[in-house]
Every structure is written in C-alpha cells, then in structure tokens.
Design a binder for this molecule. Structure first.
Ligand SMILES: Cc1cc2nc3c(=O)[nH]c(=O)nc-3n(C[C@H](O)[C@H](O)[C@H](O)COP(=O)(O)OP(=O)(O)OC[C@H]3O[C@@H](n4cnc5c(N)ncnc54)[C@H](O)[C@@H]3O)c2cc1C
Length: 406
C-alpha cells in the first residue's frame, strides 16, 4: 500500500513531490506518469516565461516566490535551468494606460518591481519596434484594429527558463535523495481514482492494476477533469478545467537589431515574443480556440494572422519565418482562470493541484510548497493567500478573477 500517489509527472507533480519531501513527509510516494518520459506535455511545450506582474495578490505572491526559487535553483540543485532575468515588457494603448498607471502602487506595495516606460524607451528596448503607427496606411490600421503604444510596464525580475530541466530535476533530486520513499512509474496511465464513502482508496490504471493508497495529488494538468469524470463522481463534484490548445512558433529574428537579451514582450492583441537562442518564440492565445485535446499546430495562424501584428509593429518582421512550431494544452479553469489548489471538499484525501490556466510554470514552486503545507499542516502558511484557491470558492461564487492573462 502506498501512502500517497501523485498523478502526473509534469512540473506540478515534480514540485509537489519535492516540497512534500522537503517538509519531511514520511510516507512513501508513488508518481504515475502516462507518458514514456517525464515532463513531456504542457511543461515542455510552454514558452517558459515567468512574471510576477498580475492583478491579483495571490498570483503576485506565488510568482514572486517562484521567481526567487528559480533564481536560486542552481545553488540548490546544482543544475542550470537557463534562468535568464531579461524581464517582461507589456505595452499599452491610450485607452488602457490610465488604469495601468493607477494600478502601479498596488505592485509597489506587493513588492513587485515594475517601471513605467515611455514609447521612446520601448523603442530602445526592442530594436526596430515603432510605437507610433505613422508608417502604416489607414486601411491596415483599421484591419488590425491597432493604436499607437503610449507606454509600457517593465518587470525587471521576470524571467525565462528551461522548463523541462526544472521539472525533471525535481524528480531526479527526490528519487536520488529518498530512494526508499519515492518511486516514479512511467507508461502508467491512471484510468480512475477509487473513491469509497467519500474517501480516496487508491487508483486503477488503464492496464487494470489496482494500486491502493491513502492520498492522491491530482497533478495531471489538462487531463485532470477527465480522470475525475472516469472516477464516477457526481458531475457537480468535478472541476471546471478544460483542455485548450495553445500554439508556439519558433521564427527567425528580425534583422533590425540584437534580440538576444530582450524581455518577453507583449504587443498588440496579445501577441508575445521572447528570444530563443538565435530565434524568437512567438505566441498568441486564440480566443476562438474550442476546448479539446487537439494539439496540431496551424501554420496559417502565424503566417496569416500573428505575423501581421509583428510586421505592423517591427521593422523587417516579414522575414520572421517559421523554423519550428507546436501545440500544447492549457488546463483552463473556465470560472476564473486561476489554479485549484487544496483538498477536494467532498472527497477526503484527494488533493487538487491543477487548472493553472497557462501560468503553471511560474506558479509551480509556490503550488508545490502550498500543497505540501496543506497535507502536512492542514493549510497554506508561507503564502496564506493560496488558501483562497480551493475548489470551494467556485461553488461559493468567491472567484479570484485574474485580469492580466496572456
Ligand atoms: C503553448 C503553451 C505555452 C505556455 N507558456 C507558459 C509560460 O510561458 N509560463 C507559464 O507559467 N506557463 C505556461 N504554460 C502553461 C504551463 O505549461 C502549464 O501550466 C504547466 O506546465 C502545468 O504543469 P502540469 O504539470 O500541471 O501539466 P503537464 O506538464 O501537462 O503535466 C501533466 C502530466 O500528467 C500526465 N497525465 C495526464 N493524464 C494522466 C493519467 N491519466 N495518468 C497518469 N498521468 C497522466 C501527462 O502525461 C503529463 O505529463 C504554457 C502552456 C502551453 C501549452
């Protein structure tokens, strides 16, 4: 009999494992991963960006914690995760700018380092970027529905990192340090969680193997609600988490300057880009993307849509051609775009750590720490605001609405 099973070998499962052991959890832990390798799903398919610029305090605190953790990762684990603190740069039009300026004191109070930057400064940070749109014809402006950039927010502690290495390090470190306590099984897909009398009793694998356990951490990202559905719980006990495809495009850099150290930058209509060796990674969340497990990348989404915004804004961006592309799944909490962290209110010993809605890399250390505290101490102590991310909030209508979502 295992004491605890973690379903999912992504960064959330890894961070949960690491922090449980750091907190002195003394039962044995079994990690079950459906794939033939760890961290191959959303974790490795992500843009690897982390920012602490948010509208909600809980997200600011979680990501600030995570940024500090990742900045010390090499000293702690002896492994380099390509952590580069080049910052995040959000750009704004006239109609949004006042709200940003008014919000700035909230970031200052929360210790989130932000600087308001002028259009001229933005042009210096991103070579070839034109804040004004004087160079464009009015029909293009109308078609793209874009406006001049009047200012930006620069978050200098924000960063990028190699997510796969970070996630696998959690597992390797844990299995090396506690070989008698931890077991990781690949190619083991959980069919359902066995629940009896409102309590976790174990899990059943797709192969039909029954694995008894006292506790389960559900860290299976976009697949979490499907697993619960198969566990035959009443519909109203299932979580509002759906898989939604998001695509990334690796494209060549514009020739307008050196892009190697630019911040992760968000321009018109939510188009974002960041350096990736001699290329750029470019993305944009398609609001028309229907939920589902399809992950096929669509070249025309970049060529006929996303690239037009790059071209309008950055000199020479028509030459930013696709070198590589992929799709992955966000686990979107449809109610408030925030994670679900904590014990399920109706199922004893079922711990949720899922629904990160596109920000699970940057919250992983804080989420791992928090679930470990909930299991060990019954509540989150280091970042108490995380307690409000329990599933109960959805039923009570106490949503934690995040407005700065990319
Ligand atoms: C294109 C894209 C860009 C993104 N960019 C960013 C970003 O810049 N910054 C950021 O913070 N976040 C980003 N994200 C989101 C981030 O990747 C996720 O929030 C994060 O990886 C969630 O980690 P996870 O461990 O929950 O999920 P995953 O990495 O998906 O891990 C879940 C694991 O569970 C396993 N699993 C599923 N079902 C079962 C089962 N039945 N039995 C056993 N195992 C199972 C899967 O195989 C998988 O390995 C991005 C996501 C995408 C898709």
């Amino acid at each position: 009999m295992n004491d605890l099973v973690i379903i999912g070998g992504g960064i959330i499962g890894g961070a949960s494992l690491y922090y449980l052991l750091e907190k002195g959890y003394d039962g044995n832990i079994l990690v079950l991963e459906a794939n033939d390798a760890l961290a191959q799903k959303a974790t490795s398919l992500s843009a690897g960006g982390m920012r602490n610029i948010w509208s909600t305090t809980v997200n600011m605190k979680m990501t600030t914690y995570s940024i500090n953790h990742f900045s010390e990762f090499k000293e702690r684990f002896g492994v380099s995760i390509g952590f580069e603190q080049n910052g995040y740069l959000f750009t704004y039009y006239e109609n949004e700018w006042k709200d940003i300026v008014n919000f700035k004191p909230r970031w200052d109070e929360a210790g989130v380092e932000t600087a308001l930057v002028s259009p001229e400064e933005i042009e210096e940070i991103i070579p070839g970027l034109r804040a004004s749109l004087d160079h464009l014809d009015s029909d293009i402006l109308e078609m793209l529905s874009i406006s001049p950039i009047v200012g930006g927010i620069f978050g200098k502690s924000c960063a990028i990192l190699n997510t796969t290495t970070a996630a696998t390090t959690y597992f390797e470190y844990s299995t090396d340090k506690y070989p008698e306590k931890v077991q990781v099984r690949l190619n083991t897909e959980v069919d359902k969680i066995i629940i009896k009398g409102g309590k976790v009793k174990g899990v059943l694998t797709k192969e039909g193997e029954m694995i008894g356990c006292e506790k389960v951490i559900l860290a299976s990202g976009a697949w979490s609600a499907e697993i619960l559905k198969r566990s035959e719980i009443p519909e109203d006990q299932n979580i509002p988490v759906v898989p939604v495809k998001r695509m990334l495009f690796v494209v060549s850099q514009p020739k307008s300057g050196n892009y190697e150290k630019i911040p992760l930058t968000i321009i018109d209509n939510g188009v974002y880009f960041r350096p990736e060796a001699e290329n750029l990674i470019v993305g944009r969340a398609d609001e028309n993307q229907a939920p589902g497990f399809d992950t096929e990348p669509d070249r025309s989404y970049y060529e006929d849509y996303v690239n037009l915004y790059l071209q309008a804004r950055i000199e020479g961006a028509e030459y930013c051609r696709i070198q590589n592309m992929w799709g992955g799944l966000y686990a979107i909490n449809t109610e408030d775009h925030n994670a679900l962290i904590g014990e399920h209110p109706d199922i004893e010993n079922l711990y949720l750590n899922t629904g990160f809605s596109g920000h699970g890399i940057m919250e992983a250390p804080a989420a791992g720490l928090s679930i470990a505290e909930i299991i060990a101490d019954g509540e989150v102590r280091t970042i108490p605001e995380v307690n409000m991310l329990n599933f109960e909030r959805i039923r009570k209508g106490e949503l934690v609405k995040e407005t700065i979502v990319i």
